[in-house]
Ligand binder design. Structure first.
Ligand code: SAH
Length: 222
């Protein structure tokens, strides 16, 4: 049943402007309801209407005051990252793991970092069940002592400041590399910033307005 819902969601994301066929296929193939613990625990068996909510184009609460991002925004960020199969991607703020799953389905070698321990456990379980080889690290994604190394693609999935972007740029992005992040622009809104590094030359461009939950320093106390 979820396949028809995911198909409809993929079509909707396409109509909303994502013309990247690889991203659209990944959205079509990932069972988003399985990443949302509250829906799954309550309704796996019976309540189909509850599960169907996971396939609407809106953010959805995943507990701990966090949300899984809106599918059209996941698609947009994924497209802006310009990934290809085999490329290593770091996602800071991997939450329930849906964005990691989309990247993993596209063949990326994904590392997610998440500061809330229970979301780490949950996302590892769901990604494992789906057979996606995504590594999820428990930590503050911008803490250099994590020793994650550098990645050719870095996606920050929580609202951050320009200083946070500089920290990620300085410590996590390899050259050549692309970093995508929602950067606070005031009024509770962010704008997606794309930073392109090549041969030491840095290019920046600003894209869509968006709204993400905030990046927070340190580990969450479970
Ligand atoms: N991409 C996720 C949703 C992102 S919500 C998904 O597909 O579900 C943002 C997530 O960032 C939240 O789960 C939050 O706990 C996490 N987060 C916030 N600050 C962080 C930090 N400094 N390091 C790691 N994770 C962080």
């Amino acid at each position: 049943m979820w396949k028809a819902w995911a198909e409809r969601l993929a079509e909707q994301v396409k109509v909303l402007g994502c013309g990247d066929p690889d991203v659209i296929s990944a959205i079509r193939e990932i069972p988003r309801h399985r990443f949302i613990e509250v829906l799954r625990e309550g309704a796996e068996e019976g309540d189909r209407r509850a599960l169907e909510q996971a396939y609407g184009d809106f953010p959805f609460p995943i507990g701990f005051g966090q949300t899984v991002s809106q599918p059209s925004m996941v698609a947009r960020m994924t497209h802006l990252l310009s990934v290809r199969s085999g490329i290593r991607v770091l996602e800071v703020g991997s939450g329930c793991g849906y964005q990691c799953a989309v990247l993993g389905r596209m063949g990326c070698v994904v590392t997610g970092v998440e500061r809330i321990g229970r979301l780490v456990d949950w996302s590892r379980r769901v990604l494992g069940e789906l057979g996606l080889s995504v590594e999820v690290v428990h930590g503050d994604g911008l803490d250099p002592s994590l020793g994650l190394g550098r990645f050719p693609r870095v996606l920050i999935s929580a609202a951050c400041s320009k200083e946070d972007v500089e920290r990620a740029f300085g410590g996590l992005l390899s050259d050549p590399g692309i970093l995508v992040a929602p950067v606070d622009v005031g009024g509770g809104m962010q704008r997606v910033l794309v930073v392109n590094l090549e041969g030491g030359e840095r290019g920046e461009r600003w894209e869509d307005l968006c709204r993400f939950v905030p990046l927070v320093g340190g580990l969450a106390k479970d």
